[in-house]
Ligand binder design. Structure first.
Ligand code: TMP
Length: 237
């Protein structure tokens, strides 16, 4: 297996082909964006942390029966993953009100939900990833009914597992975004990344934000927060 051409550059990652048509290499950058690319910056060392964190969490999820894209970590920033066709549906699971939920519904950050919520957005940067409901996703043929049911089942299961996992690291899992992809045989697997870029993670005791909100809202100590969350994860695995 050899690294080939760059096939795609996203906001936080680059993708490379390999000599195996079913596998690609993902390379995590330190680049950070927010508000659909409006805010741009660098978080030094983020690529390394997100690569390693996402890989550890995906391996944990594989163990409890969630199929993922992860194959093998190649180095600090690069991982071999299964090639998928990304489903253009971002799945957001929330345990606590924060971010766009707090803003849309005019509630304070920090309200703990009795049951987790799930919402979907259409993965389309040009349109600003608009929210959509299940019927919209079906109408746009982003997924079938059966696929949507499976994606929801996986997403809630992932929430249960990650919530318990982070709790043991003295971290509260507030919310997170997932993306799924399809293999050539149609199998749906968890794709993309699970990291402080795509999750809200608060210190369980102090409530301190240990995620990308520090960058989004200029809260300072951004690199320190990424390093702290990774230290806790590593200590636990
Ligand atoms: P939101 O409250 O801004 O809708 O974000 C919900 C979660 O999704 C939060 O953990 C951050 C993550 N997220 C992404 O991973 N990518 C995005 O483009 C956005 C807007 C949010």
């Amino acid at each position: 297996m050899e690294k080939g051409q760059e096939i795609y550059e996203g906001k936080a990652k680059k993708l490379y082909s390999t000599t195996n048509p079913e596998l690609i290499i993902v390379c995590y950058k330190d680049d950070a964006t927010a508000f659909n690319g409006l805010k741009k910056g660098t978080i030094l060392g983020k690529g390394i942390i997100n690569n390693k964190m996402s890989n550890l969490l995906m391996q944990h999820l594989e163990k409890i029966g969630i199929p993922t894209q992860f194959v093998r970590e190649l180095n600090d920033r690069e991982t071999l993953v299964k090639k998928v066709r990304i489903i253009a549906l971002e799945v957001i699971v929330r345990n606590i009100a924060a971010g766009s939920f707090a803003k849309h519904y005019g509630v304070e950050e920090g309200i703990v939900f009795e049951h987790p919520t799930i919402e979907f957005s259409y993965k389309n940067d040009a349109l600003g990833d608009p929210l959509l409901n299940e019927e919209h996703a079906l109408a746009l043929k982003l997924v079938s009914k059966e696929e949507l049911a499976l994606i929801k089942k996986y997403s809630f299961k992932i929430n249960d597992v990650l919530k318990a996992f982070w709790k043991e690291c003295a971290v509260t899992l507030v919310d997170f975004k997932l993306e799924f992809g399809k293999l050539t045989d149609g199998t749906i697997i968890l794709a993309d990344e699970i990291s402080p870029d795509t999750s809200r993670l608060w210190d369980s005791k102090t409530g301190e934000k240990l995620d990308k909100d520090r960058f989004r809202f200029d809260l300072g100590r951004v690199e320190e927060a990424y390093a702290e969350i990774f230290k806790r994860l590593e200590a636990h695995t």
